[in-house]
Design a protein around this ligand. Structure first.
Ligand SMILES: [Zn+2]
Ligand SMILES: [Zn+2]
Ligand SMILES: [Zn+2]
Ligand SMILES: [Zn+2]
Length: 164
């Protein structure tokens, strides 16, 4: 088998691609040994000021990656955010009729108002989390920053534009 196929097959079967006898814990992509190794390598490179994917290229100050990697990551994040926004209707879902669709103005809203608690559970990767969990519609929606902030400042959670 070509390496790529073997890699995918090991993962699919629930085994570490580098230690094909080691079963993976739920949802993990590498075994404990590999993950400890990657973490060590990552920390060493970052502490020496080199990109974690390009060990010979210096990082952008304050980041763990080189300029190219930072740009690729930003692009990936942007594409991911667009996917999430599209899955939730592609525009601000506020019932004030706002319909803001410029992606830079849009953000995820926890309709159950447990945002802080949920962020603690899943970390900062809310867009990735939503995609992996097949965009749950019962407790999340997309709002623009205006509607989101305006609503969150009121006890009744109504959009100020609706009341104005
Ligand atoms: Zn391994
Ligand atoms: Zn890099
Ligand atoms: Zn809005
Ligand atoms: Zn609104």
């Amino acid at each position: 088998m070509p390496p790529r196929t073997r890699y995918t097959a090991a993962l699919k079967g629930g085994y570490c691609p580098s230690h094909v006898d080691t079963r993976l814990e739920n949802g993990k992509r590498v075994c404990e040994i590999c993950s400890a190794y990657y973490k060590r390598r990552y920390r060493k490179l970052v502490s020496e000021g080199f990109c974690c994917s390009h060990p010979t290229i210096p990082v952008v100050p304050g980041q763990a990656r080189c300029r190219e990697c930072v740009q690729i990551k930003q692009l990936r994040d942007q594409i991911l955010k667009q996917e999430v926004v599209d899955a939730y209707g592609g525009k601000c879902q506020c019932d004030c009729g706002c319909s803001e669709s410029i992606i830079g103005f849009l953000t995820v809203d926890h309709t159950a108002n447990n945002g802080a608690e949920h962020r603690k559970q899943i970390g900062r990767g809310i867009y990735r989390w939503l995609k992996t969990n097949n965009y749950p519609k019962d407790s999340f929606t997309i709002l623009c920053y205006n509607c989101n902030c305006g609503r969150s400042r009121r006890d009744d959670k109504l959009c100020p534009r609706k009341i104005a």
